[in-house]
Design a protein around this ligand. Sequence first.
Ligand SMILES: [Zn+2]
Length: 253
Amino acid sequence: MLSPEELSRYSRNILLNEVKRAGQEKLKNSVVTVIGAGGLGSPALLYLGAAGVGSIRIIDSDILDTTNLQRQIIFKHSDIGRFKSEASSENLRSLNPYIRVEGIQARLTTENAKELLKGSDLVLEGSDNFDTKFLTNDICVEERIPFITAGVLRFEGMVMGVRPGMDACFRCVYENPPPPEHVPSCADAGVIGSMAGMIGTIQVTESIQFLLNDSERDSGLFGRILQVDSRSMEFRTISAVRRKDCIVCGALH
Ligand SMILES: [Zn+2]
């Protein structure tokens, strides 16, 4: 049930025919886990929280440093030196006291991933490394948790949604993590801060529509990959094709 304060706070959502009061209650009852409170996670978390997604978990092991503030907009200058999981959950609670936010100071590993992702209606993956992206894929597919993964570097970004058993998974497309020496990170190669914001915001916009259970909708980013190049401002969406011989999802129905 939504309180009068919540009805007022979310009125611009509720006005939409695709949301209404029932959709807002659905958001309130949703559990979303965000992996990485970084450049992608920051806008994703802010909009998930502002939209009234009722339970939000934040998984991050890092401590905030000065170089993060150029794009990680959930943090304040005074948060430097704090654990990102703690500072981001505190800042999100101060944006919206009507939601539950849990900060988990951990790095996703093969040992803890199943436990940390369990019970999520949706996972948003916005880490800065391929090992975490592949691990998120493998565990979410195994546990049949839908997820939206995204990446950003320099002036470019990508977003892909996966409903395990329905859509191609990350491994159907990329098979194995590239050797680390072949993959520049934002720390080596740089990134436009607002580019991370743009991709994280696309990720969260897709998430909210997914949580509203707009199952008739067949044009979003599930089963598809969006590639954005901000130098040319070209947005390209391509279909992700399931592979029968995929070692992770090949046998799933
Ligand atoms: Zn697959």
